[in-house]
Design a binder for this molecule. Structure first.
Ligand code: NDP
Length: 287
């Protein structure tokens, strides 16, 4: 058997077309969706992610503004910037690009963003609402993964999903979303005794650990669906995932490539969340 590729690139393009139409409709009704991004310092990876977000906003008809500040900015000054954005009517989503310099508490910054504008879905209010299955802004990468599975009509309910990695931004929330979709979920992490024993039982495997080529065919059963979140750089500077693609491709039923898999979905769901925030604000204005 040869696995079918889940092209995040294609699904993202289709979804972004729909989002653009939505943005146009909102614009005609008098609300131009707006996203504010704060980038602290000059980390090249963060700068490149922010450029990607700006481009995606432009293409989707979302107004965006990027505040690029020196990494010497104090926590207080950053909190003041967020406070101003929280009050700005033309800004519906606020995103502070992580990581932040050591002298700034990420927790304080995330919690300062209004939950109504938290389009990254990292605020504890949104995480809590996600846990109890209430409407919320879902974290973009996990949300993108669920969206991909649904777009490919891959069933989740009743299946065993194994998530490798338990970070707050990927592993934990993707497991929660899979559970919300009625999967049976197992989490694995660096202290798990025998990861292979777990993943071999999985119908769906999500790997998000940041270890190039970690998951090979010995970790999977025939027909497993494999979602590769990892972004690693080879010595030659090429992007590669946490999955040994060549090794699993004849045994899995579906697999996401890197690049072109989960990556494009993350920004797409950021656009989705920004539009949702704008729609809510517009609804509030009308009501
Ligand atoms: P973190 O470093 O925050 O978390 C890594 C997780 O993996 C931890 O839970 C850690 O376990 C676990 N882990 C690390 N090594 C092993 C191992 N050998 N075996 C089992 N578990 C292990 O990473 P992120 O979640 O932020 O990101 C994971 C990967 O996904 C990275 O490559 C990142 O670049 C990529 N990524 C991709 C995105 C996209 O849009 N495609 C978005 C976000 C991230 P423990 O908790 O026990 O330490």
């Amino acid at each position: 058997m040869s696995a079918e590729l889940i092209s995040g690139k294609e699904i993202a393009a289709e979804t972004r077309r729909e989002l653009k139409e939505k943005a146009e409709r909102l614009g005609e009704e008098g609300t131009i969706p707006g996203l504010a991004v704060i980038l602290v310092g000059d980390d090249p990876a963060s700068a490149s992610y922010v450029r990607g977000k700006e481009k995606a906003c432009r293409e989707a008809g979302i107004y965006s503004e990027v505040d690029r500040t020196e990494d010497t900015i104090s926590e207080k000054e950053l909190l003041q910037k967020i406070d101003k954005l929280n009050k700005k009517d033309n800004i519906h989503g606020i995103l502070v690009q992580l990581p932040l310099p050591d002298h700034i508490s990420e927790e304080k910054i995330i919690e300062a963003i209004s939950p109504e504008k938290d389009v990254d879905g990292f605020h504890p209010v949104n995480i809590g609402r996600m846990m109890i299955g209430k409407d919320s802004f879902l974290p973009c990468t996990p949300f993108g993964i669920i969206h991909m599975l649904k777009m490919k009509n891959i069933p989740i309910e009743g299946r065993h999903a194994v998530v490798v990695g338990r970070s707050n931004i990927v592993g934990k929330p993707v497991g929660q979303l899979l559970l919300n979709e009625n999967a049976t979920v197992t989490y694995c992490h660096s202290r798990t005794k025998d990861i292979r024993e777990m993943t071999k039982q999985a119908d769906i495997i999500v790997v998000a650990i940041g270890r190039a080529g970690f998951l090979d065919e010995s970790y999977i059963k025939d027909g497993a669906v494999i979602i590769d979140v990892g972004i690693n750089r080879t010595e030659e500077g090429k992007l590669t995932g946490d999955v040994d693609f060549e090794s699993v491709k004849d045994k899995a039923s579906y697999v996401t490539p890197v690049p072109g898999g989960v990556g494009p979905m993350t920004i797409t769901m950021l656009m989705y969340n920004t539009l949702k925030a704008a729609e809510r604000a517009a609804g509030g204005k009308k009501g």
